[in-house]
Design a protein around this ligand. Structure first.
Ligand SMILES: [Mn+2]
Length: 283
């Protein structure tokens, strides 16, 4: 379903927004969990001077298991890369799901720079470290079996989420993000997110920057941690969120789905209960 202004009467009109910088990550193109319609809608309405692709844009892990590459995923990748030709400074910081790109770090393609991490200078003179963040994921690094367990629990939670919400939709009720709830509990059990946030904040302090922009854990966040700004741009699998910098340096976390009042069940590929595709994976 197309989601431009004319085709969906429920979506409020949005004029083109121009930001100084846009940070997105964890799009997971090539996986069924990717909310492609929502991201296409975002790209339709948002332009920027800088565009940071903060990792896990393409899900190489999924693609290796099974090839899944719908036209919309191709369109997204094409649109993102085309921004560089249109004058946007595009930086791609590969994550763990697109780690194959890490062998190209330091090079440029079609004007898109590929780097491991980068310092972004905001309009109001702050320095922000931009990095995917998987290197600071203590669970993945130290306890792979625990990460796998968490991943399994998370996938089950997503399957339950889809089933519950299909029923809720039949009953005319709204979307209820149970997976977010369950994921929070599952991962809180191993202090996953908390450790991650603390580690990234510590790295920002070590590098003497004002803050850090990252992704990886699929949990949009903007808060101070012991004197540094922790900014997580979220993901396009569940939250459909982006971090943006306004012309004056002000930073804002955009909850795009909420802003556009899109029903999360009607955008993005549907996953049938018990079915053909598990949405998303662990961060
Ligand atoms: Mn990741």
């Amino acid at each position: 379903m197309a989601l431009d202004d004319t085709s969906d009467a429920r979506a409020p009109k949005v004029t083109l927004r121009r930001y100084r910088a846009v940070f997105i990550s964890d799009v997971h193109l090539g996986s069924r969990g990717c909310k492609a319609d929502c991201l296409l809608d975002f790209l339709h309405h948002v332009e920027s001077d800088y565009l940071y692709l903060v990792g896990d844009i393409v899900d190489g892990w999924r693609l290796k298991k099974r090839w899944f590459w719908p036209d919309k995923h191709h369109e997204i990748l094409h649109k993102l890369l085309a921004r560089a030709r249109q004058g946007t400074r595009v930086v791609y910081l590969p994550g763990n799901h697109d780690e194959a790109l890490r062998s190209w770090i330091g090079r440029s393609f079609d004007g898109v720079r590929i780097l491991h991490d980068v310092i972004h200078h905001t309009a109001d003179g702050r320095r922000l470290l931009v990095i995917h963040g998987d290197a600071f994921d203590g669970v993945i690094a130290d306890m792979r079996w625990l990460a796998r367990l968490g991943s399994l629990a998370y996938e089950s939670a997503l399957a339950v989420n889809t089933g519950v919400n299909t029923v809720r939709r039949w009953l005319g009720l709204g979307y209820w993000p149970i997976s977010q709830l369950l994921k929070d509990q599952v991962k809180a059990a191993v202090n996953f997110i908390d450790n991650f946030e603390q580690s990234l904040a510590a790295e920002a302090r070590r590098r003497a920057v004002c803050g850090v922009v990252c992704g990886h854990v699929h949990k949009p966040e903007m808060r101070q941690i012991e004197g540094v700004l922790y900014l997580n741009d979220g993901d396009w699998v569940e939250s459909c969120s982006a971090l943006v910098e306004h012309g004056d340096g002000r930073l804002e976390l955009l909850d795009w789905a909420r802003q556009r009042r899109l029903d999360l069940l009607t955008v993005g590929p549907m996953v049938r209960p018990g079915g053909a595709g598990k949405a998303a994976i662990a961060a």
